[in-house]
Design a protein around this ligand. Structure first.
Ligand SMILES: [Zn+2]
Length: 656
């Protein structure tokens, strides 16, 4: 006999429930099955498999469901109450495998109910039934007398005991929280859940006083949306991603939006991710809505901080979600995937609040003290503890031009490894895709690719605009796109000269102009790093068309530093020399030409360059990337108008 059949059924059922975000989102809810297995001494023992804390049902696998000895858990009913820590301690001791993941904080609810299969979901429809002053009556009307109604109580030992005593009902509705159903058969348990949620939805629809929606959302023009994002990011004043989501556009456009937001989150666990409330702002004025939110949160924190558990401080006064009429929701986070997750949760939570108001006329949030208790509840915050620590550039947004190969590729990858959200711009689409796959392989945040010629004004404008629309702002740009321009002056064609100027220098001017404008709108300073060249200070024969553009770039950098300083915008340059790894600069005869100029064979060029610098070192793109990262970071916050040589030491090219 397969002792693990109940576990297999549990995994399958959980995946099905988790696939529907109107039932659970991102680690919410929990499910269990009971069975018998042989323990380490061969004894047949009753066990409970229950979802691990924070596990996402959608992606359920067997190891997300630790097994616990049921008799050990049921012994705990002898206590009248247990505090959270003691309960977790006792539950942990009942684990069949002490090294398995921490079981759900709601484990005892599953242990105290006798049914073989139990599902607990935070269904939107069930929350909509309870989040208003007549919750208990609405549950009876919608679902009949078979369901027990339990007023809000924070999950833990006491709630588990209450629910455990309700085994003779068909199921339990937990106000402001969710639903518990059970059955001896796994499939029937799932079907019950779906049927009850369907009943709740039908009831809510029958009550809705709102006429059928004629709402049509129209996207804001990109320039207006970007201006809003920059102003909002600047007001929040933090290096983070802002993501626009139009699913809440209709809710955001309601005349009673403030009532919808005042109704709070639909299921209490949502506040752990999106905060207890969301902010409200307008396109014309993104500032005062955020300032009001901050003042309100600060007041709520100050008046409840007596309840703050030891060792905890304020989460900060900033919103995670801002609703803007005509736009929808803007969510803030260090990364785009997390911002998308917040948007998913916000969509469910605020749509439930809107549904409550339409059906019952008013919502009723939990009292502030209960909200605070959950907002700062160590047991829920545990779920967030497993996040990776932030990296130096977490939440930062940078553009790198010429990122499809060579130094640009090296810089982009290093910024990605340091946690940045990176925009890769290059003419070479295939090169960009290769670098993108390197980002994936290195488990860096997915970059945004912008294909186009950076000496074209429209392309530069599009590069900056797409960066802002995609990531919500801009913190720095690395101006690196360029080509080699060889030949002695008397041989250099005017066409070649002009092309070099366009690609190496005019492109740098265009990006400087565009990004300074964006930095000023955002009002958070900004850093521009120019990838110039050793040749800017120490040119050589036969490479003048190139050296002039790089010397011009340094002058451009100085002027950007002078003009940008008053707005906190910094401009600096790096002067690399002879960087060969994966670089296209040496293609098209340049390698052969430079080798001939120095009287060596083409394949000896790397060694030749290394031999003539003071450190006798080959210069790698990573060396350039390290200098660029320093200039983009706050570590260089007092540095502007400077040049860092990354050339192994060339005395003739010392900055002066
Ligand atoms: Zn729950």
């Amino acid at each position: 006999m397969n002792q693990y059949k109940p576990l297999e059924e549990l995994v399958t059922r959980s995946q099905a429930l988790g696939a529907d975000q109107s039932l659970v989102v991102y680690g919410g809810g929990n499910t269990s099955s009971k069975g018998e297995i042989n323990d380490y001494l061969g004894r047949l023992r009753a066990v409970l498999w229950v979802k691990g804390s924070g596990a996402d049902m959608q992606y359920a696998v067997a190891r997300d469901y630790p097994a616990l000895y049921l008799d050990e858990l049921r012994e705990l009913t002898q206590f009248d109450d247990l505090d959270d820590e003691t309960m977790v301690d006792y539950v942990t001791r009942a684990l069949v495998d002490p090294t398995s993941r921490r079981p759900s904080i709601e484990t005892l609810l599953h242990a105290f109910l006798p049914a073989k299969h139990i599902d607990h979901v935070h269904a939107d429809a069930i929350c909509a039934l309870t989040n208003h002053p007549r919750g208990e009556a609405a549950v009876k009307e919608a679902l009949g007398d078979g369901f027990a109604y339990v007023d809000w109580k924070r999950p833990g030992f006491a709630l588990s005991k209450v629910v455990g005593a309700l085994k003779d009902y068909e199921g339990v509705v937990l106000a402001h929280h969710g639903l518990v159903v059970w059955d001896e058969d796994s499939q029937l348990c799932y079907e019950k859940n779906i049927a009850i949620v369907g009943k709740a939805n039908a009831y809510l629809d029958s009550l809705s006083k709102r006429p059928a929606s004629k709402f049509i959302h129209q996207d804001l023009p990109t320039s207006e949306l970007n201006e809003l994002l920059l102003k909002m990011r600047g007001t929040l004043g933090k290096k983070q991603v802002l993501r626009v989501d139009t699913r809440l556009a209709e809710v955001a456009s309601r005349s009673d939006l403030s009532d919808v937001l005042a109704a709070g989150v639909s299921s209490a666990d949502h506040m752990m991710r999106i905060r207890p409330k969301s902010a409200q702002a307008t396109i014309q004025d993104p500032v005062s809505g955020i300032e009001k939110y901050r003042a309100d949160y600060s007041e709520y924190f100050e008046s409840n901080k007596g309840l703050l558990p030891a060792g905890y401080t304020s989460h900060g006064n900033d919103p995670k979600v801002v609703l803007v009429p005509g736009v929808g929701a803007i969510t803030t986070s260090p990364t785009l995937p997390e911002a998308a997750m917040l948007a998913d949760i916000a969509t469910h939570t605020h749509q439930v609040a809107a549904q409550v108001i339409d059906a019952f006329g008013e919502g009723s949030p939990l009292p502030d003290s209960e909200i605070f208790g959950f907002d700062y509840w160590p047991m829920e915050l545990f779920k967030l503890k497993n996040r990776p620590a932030p990296l130096v550039f977490t939440g930062h947004i940078f553009i790198v031009t010429g990122a499809g190969s060579g130094i640009g590729r090296g810089i982009a990858l290093e910024l990605g490894r340091l946690g940045a959200n990176v925009v890769l711009a290059d003419l070479d689409e295939a090169g960009l895709k290769t670098v993108q796959s390197e980002f994936t392989a290195a488990k860096c945040a997915q970059p945004l690719l912008v294909v186009g010629d950076q000496s074209d004004e429209a392309t530069v404008a599009r590069t900056v605009a797409e960066s802002i629309s995609h990531f919500g702002g801009i913190d720095g740009v690395v101006i690196n796109a360029g080509i080699g321009v060889s030949d002695n002056l008397d041989d250099l064609s005017a066409e070649k000269w002009r092309k070099g100027l366009e690609i190496n220098l005019s492109s740098a001017f265009l990006m400087t102009k565009e990004v300074i404008t964006a930095f000023k709108s955002q009002n958070m300073g900004g850093s521009i790093v120019y990838v110039a060249s050793k040749n800017a200070f120490a040119p050589g024969a036969g490479f003048g068309g190139y050296s002039v553009t790089k010397a011009g770039m340094l002058q451009l950098m100085r002027i950007a530093a002078i003009e940008g300083g008053g707005s906190g915008i910094r401009a600096n340059a790096v002067n690399p020399d002879a960087v060969f790894d994966n670089s296209k600069l040496w293609e098209g005869g340049i390698r052969e030409q430079r080798a001939a100029a120095h009287g060596v064979k083409p394949e000896e060029l790397e060694d030749f360059y290394a031999s003539r610098n003071l450190l006798k070192a080959r210069v790698r793109s990573l060396d350039v990337a390290n200098a660029v990262a320093f200039l983009l970071s706050d570590k260089s916050s007092r540095t502007t108008g400077s040049v860092i040589a990354v050339d192994g030491g060339v005395a003739a090219a010392f900055p002066r």
